[in-house]
Design a binder for this molecule. Structure first.
Ligand SMILES: Cc1cc2nc3c(=O)[nH]c(=O)nc-3n(C[C@H](O)[C@H](O)[C@H](O)COP(=O)(O)OP(=O)(O)OC[C@H]3O[C@@H](n4cnc5c(N)ncnc54)[C@H](O)[C@@H]3O)c2cc1C
Length: 395
């Protein structure tokens, strides 16, 4: 069969380049029982032109992106924007510039029911919608076709997303454009919207009011760290990453789409003009001491000459420190390898239709808040060397 049905569910990342490219519009993205989108081909309409297969980024040669040209640590000078950003605000600095040029920015946003969808914005006022990592598979809808339309109109476009989404866009468009900038994220992997929705409803039941806002990486309660916050519109609650069933399972890599575990984009060959992530190597930094790690630091890789010239244009708005690639990427495991498959992943998704309370008790283990505080106290009171020695003894 000369169509995308031959791409296995283990490999398909659900980017939808196939559906966007189909000249007969006979491919739709359909959610499976786990809650991940896969292409479904209407065989009555399909003429087997094979275009969907040609556009599938998984079918392209490996390492067809670029190796980084330069690497930096970045922190936005705009304190308000920085506070809303996951790390140091690399995304928002670049997005602001594109919007000021009259361009369009695509990124992941929550809708009113906390579904995550890629939207396009043209106003600076709308930037907060795109800021912040949503650790869930984003629905691209018709984003690729809209990018193409905006480019045809002569508008600048910034598209940000996971590496597979950026690779899908590039493959769909076929040729690069001077007007297009792309930004891929260092990506740990993406859980399904179905799992996230079940979790959000459960959280609302626990708080006795539906959850209206969810921020995975909030600096409000914990500074720049993995913690988040949620709100029912009246009250805001902290979300402790390791004590939270959804978040802890995400961090352990137990709830990702199947293809994430063999992701062909989890390496230093990048498809975006930029790659952004958290700069976890700040403990060893020397030159960047002028930047305040508590407020968040972005790791920024610039992977194309286009990216380098844009960086020059934003240098006044951000503190940008050049740093060698090894230091800047230290701690970013997913720049070198895909996340490791865990057998519990299949058990979780086989049981996804259980009430979330049961699902989390049985399969989404997380730390009890008491143990969390014991660990934090231990970290505060005991020097690193003593903690290392105790850990060795326990092993
Ligand atoms: C699923 C996921 C996994 C990640 N894993 C890692 C990791 O292992 N290591 C690491 O260093 N960084 C990881 N990141 C990136 C990190 O969380 C920050 O997004 C990054 O440091 C950029 O921060 P920022 O302050 O520049 O911008 P932010 O304010 O975080 O904005 C970043 C951009 O991410 C986009 N985005 C948010 N959620 C999604 C989504 N679900 N799908 C596609 N695009 C999205 C937004 O549209 C926005 O354009 C991950 C991000 C996501 C979404």
């Amino acid at each position: 069969m000369d169509n995308v049905s031959v791409v296995s569910h283990e490999v398909c990342s659900g980017c939808g380049a196939c559906a966007s490219a189909c000249p007969k519009n006979c491919i739709s993205m359909v959610y499976d029982q786990e809650g991940f989108a896969f292409p479904s081909v209407d065989l009555q309409t399909c003429v087997e032109c094979g275009l969907c297969l040609k556009k599938c980024p998984q079918k392209k040669a490996d390492r067809a992106g670029n190796d980084p040209l330069a690497s930096f640590v970045l922190q936005d000078k705009d304190e308000e924007c920085l506070q809303r950003s996951t790390s140091g605000g690399a995304f928002v600095c670049i997005a602001r510039h594109v919007l000021k040029l009259g361009g369009v920015v695509f990124g992941a946003s929550y809708d009113d029911s906390l579904h995550v969808t890629h939207i396009a914005i043209t106003e600076l006022l709308d930037l907060p919608k795109l800021q912040g990592s949503k650790y869930v598979s984003s629905d691209l809808k018709d984003a690729y076709r809209r990018v193409k339309d905006f480019l045809k109109e002569g508008r600048y476009v910034l598209f940000s997303g996971t590496p597979c989404q950026v690779a899908g866009l590039k493959s769909f468009l076929g040729e690069d454009s001077d007007l297009l900038l792309t930004m891929d994220l260092v990506c740990h992997g993406t859980p399904s919207q179905k799992l996230f929705q079940k979790y959000i409803r459960w959280l609302g039941e626990k708080k006795n009011a539906p959850i209206k806002q969810f921020v995975f990486r909030s600096k409000k309660f914990f500074g720049w760290s993995l913690g988040g916050e949620c709100s029912d519109g009246k009250k805001t609650y902290p979300v402790r990453a390791l004590c939270d069933p959804y978040y802890a399972a995400f961090l352990r890599g137990e709830t990702f789409r199947k293809s994430c575990y063999s992701c062909k984009f989890a390496n230093m060959n990048r498809y975006g003009d930029f790659t952004v992530g958290d700069f976890w190597g700040f403990h060893e930094m020397t030159e960047t001491m002028a930047l305040d790690p508590k407020k968040g630091l972005s790791m920024l890789l610039v992977n194309s000459p286009k990216g380098l010239s844009l960086l020059k244009a934003i240098e006044k708005e951000a503190n940008v420190v050049s740093m060698d690639l090894n230091t800047v990427s230290s701690g970013n495991w997913n720049l070198y390898h895909p996340s490791v498959f865990k057998a519990i992943r299949d058990v979780i998704y086989a049981n996804i239709d259980l009430p979330f309370d049961e699902l989390q008790k049985k399969y989404l283990c997380h730390e009890e808040p008491f143990m969390y505080y014991v660990r934090r106290l231990r970290r505060k009171l005991l020097p690193q060397k003593l903690r290392d020695a105790l850990n060795k003894l326990r092993r």
